[in-house]
Design a binder for this molecule. Structure first.
Ligand code: PRX
Length: 630
């Protein structure tokens, strides 16, 4: 098999190709139709088929792998370790499912999960999948305002949370932020289920808050059968940032997602039953959904859930875990590797990492020095893969389960089977030539596993993703790219206002809205600026209601700190800008549009580009002098 003929077939004979892949999972009832694309761009896969993600991840393996590890939990923060076999995980998931059902949660109800990286987080996700409830995991690093927005959009019946997490040795309380978020939100969940790790004091709200340990004991012997779901029913929503301040609920199906993940485990990640998969991501992100919680178990692999950083207790911890659990497939982000690069390279060879078939990196551009450093240091293959929350699995990479295509530094690889990827001219919509820059677009139907729609907002799904290229209804990734003569793609950055800080996707508009909520701020602009370690960092420019209030340097410093704390409190420290500069006017076009690209260029020491439409050229001088050292 070679990748290009597999790819060609997956586009020319979609139904045949995906019908074959569908055999990788169990179906309770076979599907009547592989693909329904009668209402473009909406796509329905495996119509009429009935299946279940939890069944395929857990129950299906009980007979063959029941006593083998399924979930390996390691916390270098608290020193805890727990290994759950498939059989033990099955029982825990049934207990959790019974607790949920006892609270009236059933098919189609939303359960919002706001949790640190502990087994109960994954157990809650599997339990939702088991009973057909829709989970919506919110990253634990987000604070009350972000959480409140998501509570209002998802309108959950139940929230599952915990007293606290821990990061770099510091306890991070969750419960107070959750209480604040529920107070802010218009929607009030009926029940909140809390895992008490005894890391932080926790007050339970009478009549609303439930203690997990007590209920677990009450449902200890629960038997909860799987609820079979039509393939196109909703498995989960996951919020992601875009151009507007309002996060989008990316909605996914059941059958298409299960098939897509199972296929990716076989062709891309090349994992086998009984082996161990280690993704250092977080369950709050799409990588955590696809490649901590679901993908590995669908393939009969154990998954490692790691609470900790790559450098504590020392910079060898990731490789120590690889050695101990004989990890065969590892997934991380370039940022984590850049952090390690600042440490002694001897850590890379201290442990036996020979079990590792490959290290996959994704989420942000993988720069060549970092890729080389880790590939040479470890002596294991490093594979870049490019995808999005929206797609759920790689768009571009190499598929060594199909063909041993060589990788190229700087390129995440080639178009994966199922994705009809084109590079299109932003204005004309025409395809660009070899080595010419275009918008990375996908001709629908999108393959299985990709988002079905924006939760409760079909209109926004179509308008956001399928109308930006003139003249044709194609899915825009909002990334620039080029392709060389051999079909390798190179990603050149976003076309919109999304930034990527340490692999975390953030919308500059959300940060701007948060900064603007500070009483001293009249308006502001946030841009993503290249950063050696984090890839990008957010830099803010604020116009104050009273410019005189920051006449002195210490006043400026104090207000900058206050604004940063506002962002911390509302959105979470992940969104905190690296700097807040004060200016008296923002560079805008004559029609009032902030020239974010010019600001960004100046911050990166580049030419600000075409300024013919600028209202007030002096505004750019202010930006320039703000960011020029000295
Ligand atoms: O800009 C691209 C960048 O991250 C965006 C998607 O982020 P998110 O929705 O958080 O999904 C991450 C899933 C791995 C993309 O639009 N991006 C992701 N992977 C790469 C990348 N940029 C360059 N190279 C990559 N491998």
């Amino acid at each position: 098999m070679d990748l290009s003929s597999v790819h060609r077939r997956s586009i020319e004979d979609r139904e045949g190709f995906w019908a074959e892949q569908a055999a990788l999972i169990d179906w309770h009832k076979p599907f009547d139709k592989v693909l329904d694309f009668t209402n473009p761009p909406f796509t329905r896969w495996f119509v009429g088929g009935e299946t279940n993600l939890c069944h395929n991840a857990i129950d299906r393996h009980l007979a063959t792998l029941g006593d083998r590890p399924a979930l390996i939990f390691v916390s270098t923060e608290t020193g805890e370790e727990r290994i759950l076999t498939f059989a033990e995980l099955h029982r825990e998931v049934m207990r959790m499912a019974a607790i949920m059902q006892a609270q009236g949660v059933g098919k189609g109800d939303r359960v919002l999960i706001y949790m640190p990286m502990i087994p109960e987080a994954a157990i809650a996700m599997y339990a939702c999948a088991r009973i057909g409830a829709i989970h919506s995991v919110v990253f634990g690093g987000f604070a009350s305002h972000s959480l409140a927005t998501r509570i209002d959009d998802a309108t959950p019946k139940l929230i599952v949370s915990a007293d606290a997490g821990s990061r770099a040795g510091k306890v991070v309380p969750y419960k107070p932020l959750l209480d604040e978020a529920i107070a802010l939100a218009a929607h009030k969940p009926a029940r909140v289920l809390l895992v008490d790790r005894k890391l932080a004091p926790m007050d339970l709200v009478a009549g609303r808050d439930l203690d997990y340990a007590t209920l677990r004991a009450a449902h200890f012997d629960a038997q909860v059968p799987v609820t079979w779901l039509e393939s196109n029913e909703i498995s989960y929503t996951l919020y992601t940032s875009g151009t507007t301040g309002k996060p989008k609920g990316v909605q996914r199906d059941v059958g298409g997602y299960a098939v897509a993940l199972a296929a990716s485990m076989k062709y891309i990640y090349c994992g086998n039953p009984g082996e161990t998969y280690f993704s250092s991501s977080d369950i709050g992100w799409v990588v955590g959904h696809s490649y901590i919680v679901y993908g590995p178990l669908l393939a009969g692999m154990a998954t490692i859930m790691y609470e900790g950083t790559p450098v504590r207790p020392d910079a060898g911890i990731l490789w120590q875990l690889v050695e101990r659990f004989k990890v065969t497939v590892m997934f991380s982000a370039p940022t984590a590797i850049r952090v390690l690069k600042k440490q002694d390279p001897a850590w890379l060879t201290r442990y036996d990492t020979s079990s590792l078939r490959a290290l996959f990196l994704a989420g942000e551009p993988l720069d060549e020095p970092t890729a080389k450093w880790i590939a040479e240091g470890l002596g294991r293959p490093v594979i870049d893969n490019y995808w999005q929350t929206e797609t759920g699995w790689p768009i571009l990479t190499v598929a060594h389960g199909i063909e041993k295509t060589p990788t190229r530094f700087g390129s995440p690889g080639m178009a994966m089977y199922g994705y009809d990827v084109r590079l299109l001219h932003e204005q004309t919509g025409e395809e660009v030539g070899v080595n010419e820059k275009g918008v990375v677009a996908i001709v629908p139907p999108l393959p299985p596993g990709c988002m079905q729609t924006v939760w409760r907002d079909d209109r926004r799904f179509v308008d956001t993703y399928f109308t930006s290229i003139p003249g044709r209804q194609v899915y825009s990734t909002f990334d620039w790219g080029i392709r060389d003569a051999d079909g390798y793609y190179f990603i050149l950055g976003r076309t919109d206002d999304v930034i990527n800080v340490a692999g975390h996707r953030l919308g500059t508009r959300e940060i701007e809205e948060s900064i603007s909520s500070h009483p001293a701020v009249a308006e502001c602009a946030v841009v993503g600026v290249a950063d050696q370690l984090k890839g990008q960092v957010a830099i803010a420019f604020a116009v104050l209601k009273d410019a005189g209030s920051v006449a002195a340097a210490d006043q400026r410093l104090a207000l900058e700190g206050e604004i940063m704390r506002t962002v911390d409190r509302q959105l979470g420290a992940v969104a905190r800008p690296g700097r807040v500069h004060f200016v008296t006017v923002l560079p805008k076009t004559r029609s009032g549009k902030v020239l974010r690209r010019s600001i960004q260029a100046l911050c990166e020491g580049r030419d600000p580009g075409d300024l013919t439409t600028i209202e007030d050229p002096a505004a750019l001088d202010q930006v320039r002098s703000a960011v020029t050292p000295g």
